[in-house]
Write a protein that binds this ligand. Structure first.
Ligand code: HEM
Length: 504
């Protein structure tokens, strides 16, 4: 028996060795440079991700190896705009795959627009999700809800302002990172569900519990599940779920935190949709539910629930990352003049679309920050399906079907090839110029991605950011203290952004 076990383990070891040698020297991607471990294991990528600096690692790798890097046995990363456009542009044969189901498998509930693979199904979903609720002509309806939440954020800051201990002419710095996350989550939840689920503001309610940190943790773990599927499968098994994902309850026995929110969302959409529909303020879920049965944009309640929960993950973290970094840069030495610029004139007006309602100067500040500090400093993976083997311009030989390809928005935002030698500096001025120049800049901008899978919340995000930024600079003179501190876990999650708020 012992010799049989010994023989089998030797056989397994030999098999492993043969596989490693194949992956390192004979695999079709073996010709591409990259870190040693990445040639034969996904673990390298998983561990780098958990460290929270994978965007910096990818930038270093491209600086070292050039435009194409093998970042996992079956995964190539790219850094040029042409390759980015080939991957994320309108190429139907470069698709999403199971990566976006985060270890749960796609059969467990309605697949949301974000996780949909086939481009034909995606096209239908996009029409249903975007048309009634998120198109550029529709998002203006949420303006009064956004204004209300901006006022809450400003009053939270006001309540924390006090003179600095060592200098009574200055105010003590406040860490804005958690306050901004709270603001974007509250705003998103009320725009999404309306008062039927999201009392105002939700994070102050008894059922909110520790919802901000739970949501941050969930986005981080979801991405890690996909980077190492075996781990993802394990973490989604019943015993592990029971052990680590225990719901919390308030004194009345009502579930709190993310479990509480999901339960409330489920109950409102599936059991009491009329409560959402009866609300007298515009909302995303309300707009979806109002589409009559028989209309090609009508969604079942299951679809509405899936899309709504998806937006809870897509919106708040990314908007928080963007707003935190914008306020930080406005508070720096170079930002002072831009604060002054934004104090003069009107920067958010009531036009029919968000793109024309936000002034060029304010757009310049927002886009320059999002270029430099990608809110999603992530390499969103895509799969080469039949027909796409030769679509990537940097490659001289066809790629095998089922190869994963990606280009990191952070790496492209910092690329000197695209932005010039001052790519690492914050210069909003670069966005101003004649129409042709602005079109060129827009073409280089990938923070919201491109093509049919680009962000559908872009207009809403721009409106929220614009309104919050203007409110801050009109109320105070902002000064940044120290550096922005945070980690990249799908979205950039900031822990520290210390700002002083002095009189204007
Ligand atoms: C500053 C804020 C935001 C940034 C930087 C951002 C960025 C992005 C990026 C890069 C993608 C492409 C992801 C991929 O290729 O897999 C994306 C997709 C998406 N975003 Fe955003 N986003 C932001 C805000 C929002 C908001 C507020 C919403 C919700 C209203 C939203 C909803 C979505 C959805 C549903 C998708 C998937 C679209 C599809 O597959 O068709 N995003 N976003």
């Amino acid at each position: 028996m012992a010799s049989l076990i010994l023989f089998l383990s030797q056989l397994a070891l030999l098999g492993l060795l043969v596989r490693v040698v194949y992956l390192c020297y004979f695999h079709p991607l073996a010709r591409y440079p990259g870190p040693f471990w990445a040639r034969f294991t996904n673990l390298w990528r998983f561990i780098t991700f958990l460290g929270g600096q994978h965007h910096l690692t990818e930038q270093l790798l491209h600086n070292k190896y050039g435009r194409v890097v093998r970042v996992a046995p079956n995964w190539l990363s790219f850094s040029s705009l042409e390759d980015y456009e080939a991957i994320y542009g309108f190429n139907k044969s470069v698709e999403k795959d199971d990566f976006y189901t985060f270890g749960r498998g796609s059969s467990q509930r309605e697949v949301s627009i974000f996780a949909t693979k086939s481009s034909a199904i995606h096209r239908q979903k996009k029409r249903k999700v975007l048309g009634p609720a998120l198109s550029s002509s529709k998002v203006g309806r949420y303006e009064s809800t956004i204004t209300k939440h901006v006022a809450v954020l400003l009053s939270r800051v006001e309540s924390l302002r006090r003179p600095a201990d060592d200098d009574y002419d200055r105010t003590a710095a406040i860490n804005m990172a958690p306050l901004i996350y709270q603001f974007t989550l509250d705003t998103m939840l009320e725009i999404l569900f309306g008062p039927a689920v999201a009392s105002h503001p939700y994070t102050d309610s008894a059922v909110a519990g520790d919802i901000c940190s739970q949501l941050r943790m969930m986005t981080k773990t979801a991405w890690s599940f996909s980077l190492w599927p075996t781990y993802g499968w394990l973490m989604n098994t019943r015993p592990i779920n029971a052990l680590f994902r225990k719901p919390t309850f308030n004194k009345e026995g009502v579930p709190t935190g993310m479990v509480g929110l999901m339960a409330a969302g489920h109950s409102a959409i599936i059991r009491n949709p009329e409560k959402i529909a009866d609300a007298n303020q515009p909302g995303i879920v309300k707009s979806w539910l109002e589409v009559p049965i028989g209309d090609s944009n009508h969604m079942t309640q299951g679809e509405v629930l899936s899309e709504a929960l998806n937006l809870v993950f897509a919106g708040p973290g990314s908007m928080a990352a963007a707003l935190t970094s914008i306020l930080y840069h406005l508070g720096t030495q170079e930002g002072q003049v831009w604060q002054e610029n934004l104090r003069q004139g009107k920067h958010v007006s009531e036009e029919s679309t968000v793109a024309t309602s936000v002034s060029l100067k304010l757009q310049a500040v927002i886009k320059e920050t999002m270029r430099l500090r990608a809110a999603f400093p992530t390499a969103f993976p895509r799969l080469i399906t039949p027909g796409a083997e030769t679509v990537i311009p940097s490659l001289l030989t066809p790629l095998p079907v089922d190869t994963t390809v990606s280009a990191n928005t952070y790496v492209l935002g910092r690329s000197r090839e695209i932005w010039g030698d001052d790519a690492d500096q914050w210069i909003p001025q670069r966005w101003l110029g004649d129409e042709e120049h602005r079109r060129q800049m827009e073409n280089n901008f990938v923070a919201f991605s491109k093509g049919s899978r680009g962000c559908i919340g872009r207009d809403l995000a721009l409106l929220v950011l614009a309104k919050a930024v203007v409110a801050f600079v009109q109320q105070w003179k902002i000064k940044s203290v120290g550096q922005l501190q945070g980690k990249s876990h799908l979205e950039m999650q900031y822990d520290e952004c210390w700002l002083e708020f002095g009189p204007r």
